[in-house]
Design a protein around this ligand. Sequence first.
Ligand SMILES: O=C1O[C@H]([C@@H](O)CO)C(O)=C1O
Length: 545
Amino acid sequence: RVRHHKWEVKYEYKSPDCFKKLSVSINGKTPGPTIVAQQGDTIVVEVKNSLLTENLAIHWHGIRQIGTPWADGTEGITQCPVVPGDTFVYKFVVDRPGTYLYHAHYGMQRQAGLQGMIKVLVPDGVVEPFSYDYDKNILLTDWYHKSTYEQATGLASLPFVWVGEPQSLLIHGKGRFNCSTPGTDVTLCNATNPQCSPYSMIVIPGKTYRLRIGSLTALSALSFEIEGHNMTVVEADGHYVEPFEVQKLFLYSGETYSVLIKADQDPSRNYWASTKIVSRNSATPNGLGIISYYPNHPRRNPPTVPPAGPHWNDVAPRVAQSVAIKSHKDFIHAPPKTSDRVIVMLNTQNRINGFVRWSVNNVSFNMPHTPYLIALKHNLLHTFEQTPPPDNYNHENYDIFSVQKNVNATTSNSIYRLKFNTTVDIILQNANTMNPNNSETHPWHLHGHDFWVMGYGNGKFNLSIDPKNYNLVNPIMKNTIPVHPYGWTALRFRADNPGVWAFHCHIESHFFMGMGVVFEEGIDKVGKLPTSIMGCGDSKRFHRP
Ligand SMILES: O=C1O[C@H]([C@@H](O)CO)C(O)=C1O
């Protein structure tokens, strides 16, 4: 089936946490509408850019765009931006079932509200390895009151102005700001402003719910829990996992999970849903929502104090859930036993010409003016640096546990060229930032592919030892994976999808500050590019008037 969507993107005042802020909405909503489809369907989204003064591009996060690399929606990489007043048509096949996301991929526009979820159902007659009565989706985000323009300007200024911690955490677009904790005090800040009432999900006693939970935070790693209910994790980034039960679910920006919960608690009351920032020591209040047992009033506060959530620095359970999960035994897709290339990516924070940047192997990424897909397909190779970035760093004498000078860090728009149909290993190597005794978690997201999570560990990756412990049997496949503080995460993927694919930290500020790379593979196999993606940089000449 072809599923048609007609979207208008515009500026709109929104008060998701009771604080009025100019946001970006899709057909008047943020989060935008959930796209629902079945595996094999074609999605057509006709997007009208009604932002008066701003371009846009929309990325379909987790969708592999096989055969349609020009629909990946990454401005500067797969397309020119969609200019104000223009309409752009995204058309692609959702080739796998699962829970995915969509969001702006232009500057730091994503966190202004241009984001939502994609739900791809199995075809009729195909059974899933678990059963449930209802299927709901919840998008988790953090929320800043400063505009993205102020934030981007601060990051690109001298002196550097960090974005800081978010003002609130939203549960499917609903949050609270400057309130006392509901449940101990009836004066809810939401009471005054009808537009912002807490998120509430009605459940029927005795029924089982599949909750598809995604995170599109700009910065925060989150812990999500529902008071009094355990969750059985059954899916991660569109892949079935060997089920396991948790009380708290950890999500990094760009990840999705499906969990099953049974409404089997005392039905005479409602329960808190709550999110809390982890991996950064933040004073941002927990996000709160209400799970309401029918027929209770959906907004009746639970009689309890909301769950406090885990300690921000309790890394072990986060590691256990994020990189140690396994593929479901009946859906194993084993990885190639060996790889043709290993690219070690040292993640460092650097000062380059005074500006605070993030780098990979001492190279901080910036975009050229002609999108790579167009430049490569039309042989406009003068538009970006041709010498690829390094496959490694001087790891013999690099101390990942202390602040390093990294004086020879540079910015560059060079890209990695991958031999088509080869197997590539990426080793994400974390390190100390420019602040003493500080190493931060980075959730890396790969466009155009799922990768196998081969292994992870603390300290410095050892190429002659660690690969011997890779999981070659049932590693989970994902499109987003964290590298934990002072640790490393190894992933493997097949360069089998003709196109140009971003691979970057999904923390919006970090990618904006250069924490990303671009892979090209099989460009000669890419079909004729639609002119709709052209018109900027050196591709003006290809754009029909
Ligand atoms: O890029 C960053 O800047 C701040 C801090 O390093 C300087 O304020 C932070 O936590 C980042 O991730």
